[in-house]
Design a protein around this ligand. Structure first.
Ligand code: SF4
Ligand code: SF4
Length: 349
């Protein structure tokens, strides 16, 4: 497996990393086997998060006794000192390690959230303290919002940034990626398969292989998925004429119906978390049903049913998405899937 240098962290990592969201859907045995298979194939970068329920613990079980040579990245959504300290403590415990190679502030969605994270008396102080104490090696950030991501890179406080990058969502290639190169910030490409929405693995990875310094972290749920990706990455990445046409077709088909989670459409007068609602199909594919049909996702979908059709969000969306129509479709397919899930639960085995 080819290795790349992850920006100023100076860590050499496999160009293909492991995204730890979908293993939440597997049995523990399956999840551990998948992580082990990734290691066998030469994947050395494992990404997870405090927010991914069982993911850290399962990764911890898979790497037990093999810490050396593995780069572990995890994240916190906490935005205050106590919360960050608690998440960090839990991550170390669940992963069963003494230190985390890359600790990231998770989903920093706007300028205010970035300011909070950077407050030298706030979350950053805890992370820097942990770095000094050897519990963390490097500090990174993740975001879906391009302006916030650029601001974070320019701040000089982060060694890596994780941002969506795939054949449909490739906006970062224009300015964020060049900025990262200039500032020597490692670029971790999340959602190389558009959160499970891109089914053509060959095209998705051939496209990404054109960017030699991207660390690609697809979420893996089944062993055959990582096997397929590794096979594609071993082949020459030159695109045929036909494949290039397919990319144009995919961009046309998905580009106008694909939410980038940038949240420029906010605020919504009905307080609908639009980007969450837009992702419901991806959640249904990647998360366990008990998480998808309860808690914050269920609350978001309930709110979505109260859309007043004012249309303000559509005026603000830079990608001209038909948000009202997409919300109605998302609510409909979510409700259908929920009904099927509840029927399954009610059926005696
Ligand atoms: S159209 Fe619906 S989702 Fe959009 S801003 Fe208005 S209430 Fe919110
Ligand atoms: S609907 Fe548009 S503005 Fe809102 S998060 Fe998605 S892509 Fe961004």
């Amino acid at each position: 497996m080819e290795k790349i240098r992850l920006g100023k962290t100076n860590m050499m990592v496999s160009r293909l990393g492991f995204g730890g969201i979908p293993i939440q859907r597997d049995s523990e045995e399956e999840a551990v086997a998948i992580v082990k298979r990734c290691l066998e194939l030469g994947v050395t970068f494992l990404d997870t998060a405090n927010a991914y329920t069982t993911s850290e613990e399962r990764i911890g079980k898979a790497i037990a006794g093999k810490r050396e040579g593995i780069v572990i990245a995890t994240k916190t959504t906490a935005r205050n000192r106590e919360g960050v300290e608690e998440h960090l403590h839990l991550s170390l415990q669940r992963l069963g390690v003494d230190y985390i190679d890359l600790y990231q502030f998770h989903n920093v969605s706007d300028s205010n959230a970035l300011k909070t994270v950077l407050d030298p008396e706030g979350p950053m102080a805890v992370v820097k303290g942990a770095q000094k104490a050897g519990r963390i090696r490097h500090i990174g950030i993740t975001s879906h919002q391009i302006d916030t991501a650029k601001e974070a890179v320019k701040s000089g406080q982060f060694e890596t940034i994780m941002f969506p990058f795939n054949v449909v969502t490739s906006e970062a290639s224009e300015d964020l990626l060049p900025l990262c190169r200039k500032c020597d910030v490692g670029f971790i490409a999340m959602k190389p398969l558009a959160g499970g929405m891109l089914e053509n693995v060959t095209i998705a990875f051939k496209y990404l292989m054109q960017f030699p310094d991207l660390l690609l972290i697809p979420g893996i749920e089944k062993i055959h998925e990582i096997d397929e990706i590794v096979t594609v990455m071993k082949k020459p990445s030159t695109m045929t004429e036909e494949e290039q046409q397919e990319i144009q077709r995919l961009r046309k088909k998905m580009g106008t119906r694909f939410c980038r989670r940038c949240d420029y459409c906010q605020p919504c007068e009905a307080e609908i978390p639009i980007s969450v609602v837009m992702q419901s199909r991806s959640f249904m594919k990647r998360l366990p049903p008990e998480s998808t049909f309860s808690g914050w996702i269920a609350a978001a979908m309930e709110k979505a049913a109260g859309c007043t059709q004012c249309g303000d969000c559509e005026e603000r969306c830079p990608f001209d998405l038909p948000i009202r129509e997409m919300i109605a479709e998302s609510v409909h397919s979510y409700e259908e899937a929920k009904k099927r899930y509840q029927e399954r639960l009610a059926t005696p085995r």
